[in-house]
Unconditional design. Structure first.
Length: 103
């Protein structure tokens, strides 16, 4: 009798730590729903302020850091991702929309 090999998934389930915003990647959007910024939340100052590393929308390279109110992240127009790959995929498959180039 031939035993069949038990199939195992090569895809590891993603386990994200959502007890903190630190380390999360993001897109934030203007009132029209267009991407304004993308980046990573790199630190929290107390419970009220998040320090984010912004990335260039064109090249995806780090540009500068900026402080945002945590309240604006939670209540505002922000999409949060566990990994940079998730953030890039959202952009690539059209879940987020870039501002059209004015002609």
């Amino acid at each position: 009798m031939v035993r069949k090999k038990k199939q195992t998934s090569k895809v590891k389930p993603l386990v994200a730590n959502w007890s903190t915003l630190k380390g999360k990647f993001f897109h934030n959007f203007d009132e029209g729903g267009y991407v304004m910024n993308q980046g990573e939340i790199v630190d929290l100052v107390g419970e009220d302020i998040a320090i984010v590393q912004l990335f260039s929308l064109v090249m995806g390279e780090p540009t500068y850091q900026k402080a945002f109110w945590v309240e604006d992240i939670v209540d505002g127009r922000w999409a949060l991702y566990s990994t940079v790959e998730e953030m890039r995929e959202a952009y690539e498959i059209g879940l987020v929309k870039p501002r059209p180039i004015d002609k």
